[in-house]
Design a protein around this ligand. Structure first.
Ligand SMILES: [Fe+2]
Length: 307
């Protein structure tokens, strides 16, 4: 009994247009939905990022998928902990569950089939590799007009004043698993039953906030080229190019128009067998990276206002 996937998130932003430009330059495709903007990655069959105009930038909700069989058990979990089931937001019609976590983040759960990430990942990597193959005497360097389009949302990281309280809620109520942590400072959670190393992470702050969303691309070149293209368009560097220790993925983070981050990632660890995985408490120096540029001072700064 667990949510089985991260489906998307919605943000309130002061002005949608800079957000549309940023996410489209990042490689997503936008469509107007009334007053809101919906954005999808290449393989998405539903809206993944939603931007709605409002006062200030803040998380509106985060959406998970679950099987029909899990939904009743999830509702029971929520109610047995004194949680209140709410009406789903208008941008998530037909969602089965809406509930607030201990930080007052709105969690939405909807019924979906579990996607086979490993098969899709393999296909994307093969397709991208075939475009830039040396076979037939081609040069290995991709062309300057290479396009970078993330094929899926991988994970989100939120700030929280209490990392342990969030681990307890997402494990006990939504059935997620702790993959790794670094003391009380940062923790990485996955969905049960086969998952990327993390689909949700929490970093300690004095208040809740949105740190980053991370999107998967089809190769290392895509991480580097995507980030270089955004920097060339005048966006501010977040941090990268580098490789994480926890999760093992290559990364490059770019600042979005509101101070939070969007990450390109490639080659993240996949945990197929929950029983054999040992969550580890890592020293703080390992919580950020194996190699890459020095960590910018503002990398873990919470730009969200007090709610
Ligand atoms: Fe990340």
């Amino acid at each position: 009994m667990s949510v089985h996937s991260l489906l998307g998130y919605a943000l309130t932003v002061p002005d949608i247009e800079p957000g549309r430009r940023f996410y489209e330059d990042f490689g997503l495709s936008g469509t107007a939905r009334g007053n809101a903007l919906a954005l999808r990655c290449g393989d998405d069959t539903r809206d993944t990022v939603t931007l709605e105009a409002g006062k200030g930038r803040r998380l509106r909700h985060v959406t998970f998928g679950a099987s029909a069989a899990s939904l009743q058990a999830l509702k029971k979990n929520i109610e047995s902990r004194g949680g209140k089931l709410l009406d789903p937001p208008s941008s998530e019609p037909g969602a089965a569950i809406a509930v607030r976590d201990p930080d007052n983040n709105l969690i939405v759960v909807r019924e979906t089939a579990r996607a086979n990430i490993l098969d899709r990942r393999k296909a994307v990597i093969a397709t991208e590799a075939a475009k830039y193959t040396r076979a037939g005497g081609n040069r290995g360097c991709p062309p300057r007009n290479m396009t970078v389009k993330p094929w899926r949302l991988g994970h989100v990281l939120f700030f929280t004043p209490d990392v342990d309280r969030q681990i307890a809620f997402y494990s006990d109520v939504l059935g997620m698993k702790l993959s790794d942590r670094s003391g009380p400072v940062i923790a990485f959670l996955r969905v049960a039953g086969g998952s990327d190393h993390h689909v949700l992470a929490f970093a300690k702050s004095d208040r809740p906030g949105f740190h980053h969303a991370s999107f998967e691309v089809g190769g290392i070149d895509h991480v580097g080229f995507g980030a270089a293209s955004l920097l060339g368009k005048g966006y501010r560097n977040g941090w990268g190019f580098g490789r994480h220790v926890i999760g093992s993925n290559y990364f490059h983070y770019i600042r979005d128009p509101w101070g939070s981050l969007a990450e390109y990632f490639f080659d993240i660890d996949y945990i197929a067998d929950d029983a054999s995985w040992q969550a580890k408490d890592w020293p703080l120096e390992d919580s950020l990276y194996l190699w890459g540029p020095n960590v910018p001072e503002d990398f873990v700064q919470n730009f969200d206002a007090e709610r």
